[in-house]
Write a protein that binds this ligand. Sequence first.
Ligand SMILES: C[S@@+](CC[C@H](N)C(=O)[O-])C[C@H]1O[C@@H](n2cnc3c(N)ncnc32)[C@H](O)[C@@H]1O
Length: 269
Amino acid sequence: MNVYNNNNKRGMEALAHARGRYTPLQMRDLELLLQLGYTGELSEAAFHSLSGMLSSDYLRSFVARDAYTSSVSWAVHTEEWQEDLRKLVARLTSRTYPAVLEIGAGRGLLGAPMRKRGLKWVCTDIDPALGSDVQKMGALIAVRSYLGEIDVVFASWIPYEAEWDLELANLCADNGLPLVIVGESGGGCTGSEALWGYRSFSDRYDDEGDEIPEEDLPELPERRFKIEYVGELMPGFRDVPQWDGIRDHTYCALPEKGSTCPLRGGWGL
Ligand SMILES: C[S@@+](CC[C@H](N)C(=O)[O-])C[C@H]1O[C@@H](n2cnc3c(N)ncnc32)[C@H](O)[C@@H]1O
């Protein structure tokens, strides 16, 4: 598998842009970073070492991240994180060979390393990357189609302000499926405020800058799940590393306590 041999026009543009910013030595580091990420073989130490060489200022860090998101993935799915994700899924499901449905999978690069770790891993996306083996399917249709065959739903970087992610999380909760989410939580750039149950500054303050009393705020849309930071559910979890200025973490949406459809695995809250 070669990151430069996949007809990825946007990835090639980002790389050309990087050539204008980095020295040849730094380009070598960037290319190694992309290749390791592409094959799922990037360790946490390699990420810190290589990205450290490319991040002398915020702009350079942004250029490296742009190349990475354009050619690999939006979060950095290190080997350590893959291994702990496998453990998390096993604990959530109590299954020897759990099945995971990934929605919005983009290039679907997580499929191969996670299958190598013993999971069944199906990649879907409404607009899969050219040349990938990702199934073309919207998130809600994918979950409904695979109900009964999957134990966990996974999503890394749901698009900012998506209009369907609250329905996705409620659908998972109603069917006792944990939804693992990677990205920035409320106030960040992953998914919608409704998904995170977040009220922005402009929702909480009036035009004069006075805080609106809680009882006068409009009700938040119904969420039949609770989002937990995985580091708290599983102490010691080796989370995705972060690019400068980006707050990537792994979260899990679990059916609310007392739900009519509790978690199907052995690890309810
Ligand atoms: C920010 S990208 C993240 C892609 C990938 N998870 C990654 O980490 O590289 C968001 C992805 O969501 C997909 N997407 C957008 N709307 C969708 C929908 N309604 N159902 C499924 N996927 C969707 C896009 O095609 C895109 O691949």
